[in-house]
Design a protein around this ligand. Structure first.
Ligand code: NDP
Length: 490
């Protein structure tokens, strides 16, 4: 009996059938011999990612998180393995890398590097922001583009995924320098983008000013006025609520998470990191919903206002950051009850995440919450984390949140309101119409409710109720994967 069982098993292995590791053995899970089983298959894909993309740890991290969520999907749907959907999704459809030479105000030639990652166009034109920051490199943009594919899928709108940018840092540059850089950057990028091909937007270091310069140059080169970029000015094709959308959407998402526990944001102490676009409008919407935001930050340090921000204080911060382009430490000089805690890498943790509060809204940058920070948050009473920034939590921090059973809204679901409203800007541009503020805000709100419901229900369907990381990854993946199956091997 035992030996005949062994013979059967060996025969199965020889013919390339699946082993028993975590998979059911029904005939519809049989796969081609060279394609390995789901357990080993995920590890194999990770090995490919690491071997083919060395020195890109952020890209590895983003792929790893998604693959962990997809194990159960691959067991239920062998067709994705057979069609090599994962192998195709980890490979960008196109990577464009180019030189960006420009003159600084002293007449010196400066040279930066420009990128556009056109990751996946299965469900629509490539869509995703441009980041201008000294830390930008290929791996960071590939992680962002990979995340963007699944995020855009979740928005319910027809948008593929892309991301781009440059290692140019606008901080400390004059307006003329920023303009000359943007014009040189667009001189090359214009060949690759278009309203039905690839529609970039803003991200870190790219706000309304930069989008204006980029759009002006594109229009001049192509002699056409189209919706080729989103985040445009209101009087030249922009959408109301686009600047607010990522922050507002993140807070709407947090409110939906709280509803599942019959709770609300009213009276909740909230930690917000960053002081740029996402952080500012997160604070604004938190105030609208009766919460009490108490922190903001920039790369130089953290401000903690124990009295909480109000609308006047927020208006002061917006003027500081968007007009005077100053540093957040100035807030503590202006408002004496607040303290400024300078950044200190030697500390080993971020003091912002070590303050007593109920909710946390990381809104600065990737990996800003380490495992130690996550443990501090939980120790200090935080029971909700909604990610405004992209991948702000390390894999270990994410595990800590999930194991603690707190409400955890991962970036690709919680911050999808920005790109969703970019999609609404594209729709208005195509129809040559402008919707009212109320109409756009209402659509944004409904989209965030839908993203939460979809992620929540998908997590349940795939056996991990409450785990929105799995829910968002799986729901985002399924739509793209099915479109790829429909469109053949391209
Ligand atoms: P901004 O450039 O407007 O603001 C970024 C903020 O984060 C600044 O306060 C900046 O401080 C801080 N920051 C950036 N890098 C670091 C760092 N390495 N260490 C500490 N602080 C840092 O960008 P956004 O607000 O647009 O973007 C913030 C995050 O939200 C990013 O992760 C972005 O990808 C994500 N996001 C943005 C969307 C959008 O619509 N804008 C949409 C979806 C996600 P400093 O000025 O000192 O650099």
């Amino acid at each position: 009996m035992f030996w005949s069982y062994c013979d059967d098993l060996l025969a199965q292995i020889r013919t390339g059938w699946q082993d028993k590791k975590g998979d059911d053995m029904s005939t519809d899970t049989l796969i081609r011999p060279e394609i390995k089983t789901s357990g080993g298959y995920i590890e194999d894909i990770m090995n490919i990612v690491k071997a083919k993309n060395p020195a890109e740890p952020e890209f590895h991290q983003a792929v790893q998180e998604v693959l962990e969520s997809l194990r159960v999907v691959l067991q239920r749907h062998p067709e994705y393995r057979e069609s090599r959907i994962l192998e195709r999704m980890i490979e960008p459809e196109r990577v464009i890398m180019f030189r960006v030479p420009w003159f600084d105000d002293a007449g010196n030639i400066q040279v930066n590097r420009g990128f556009r990652i056109e990751m996946n166009s299965a469900i629509g034109p490539y869509k995703g922001g441009l980041r201008f920051h000294a830390s930008v490199n290929l791996g960071i943009l590939k992680f962002l583009a990979f995340e963007q594919v699944l995020k855009n899928s979740l928005t319910t709108l027809p948008m593929g995924g892309g991301k781009g940018g440059s290692d140019f840092d606008p901080k400390g540059k004059s307006n003329n320098e920023v303009m000359r850089f943007c014009q040189s950057f667009m001189t090359e990028l214009a060949r690759h983008i278009g309203p039905d091909t690839d529609v970039p937007a803003g991200d870190i270091g790219v706000g309304g000013r930069e989008i204006g310069f980029l759009f002006g140059e594109y229009k001049r080169l192509r002699n056409e006025f189209t919706g080729v970029l989103t985040g445009k000015g209101l009087n030249w094709g922009g959408s109301l609520i686009r600047p607010e959308a990522t922050g507002y959407g993140c807070v709407y998402f947090a409110a939906e998470m709280l509803k599942t526990r019959n709770d609300s944001l009213e009276g909740k102490l909230c930690l917000v990191s960053g002081s740029g676009n996402v952080a500012q409008y997160t604070v604004e919407k938190l105030l609208d919903l009766g919460a009490i935001p108490i922190t903001m930050s920039d790369s130089n340090g953290v401000i903690f206002d124990p009295d909480g921000f109000n609308r006047e204080k927020l208006a002061w911060i917006m003027e500081l950051k968007n007009v005077r382009r100053g540093r957040i430490r100035d807030y503590a000089d202006q408002f004496k009850q607040a303290v400024f805690i300078p950044s200190d890498v030697k500390l080993g943790y971020n003091p912002l995440w070590n303050i007593n509060a109920h909710c946390a809204f990381p809104s600065a940058t990737q990996n800003e919450i380490s495992a130690r920070d996550a443990a501090n948050l939980i120790k200090n009473g935080v029971t909700l984390v909604a990610e405004g920034a992209n991948m702000p939590s390390t894999l270990d921090a994410t595990r800590i949140f999930l194991e603690a059973g707190i409400l955890y809204g991962p970036a690709k679901a919680a911050n999808a309101g920005g790109v969703a409203t970019s999609g609404l800007e594209m729709a208005q541009n195509s129809a040559r119409l402008n919707w009212t503020r109320e109409e756009v805000d209402d659509r944004l709100h409904k989209i965030m409710i839908a993203i939460h419901r979809n992620s929540h229900e998908t997590a349940e369907i795939y056996g991990t109720p409450g785990n929105l990381v799995n829910g968002a990854n799986i729901a985002g993946f399924l739509k793209v994967a099915d479109a790829m199956l429909d469109q053949g091997v391209v």
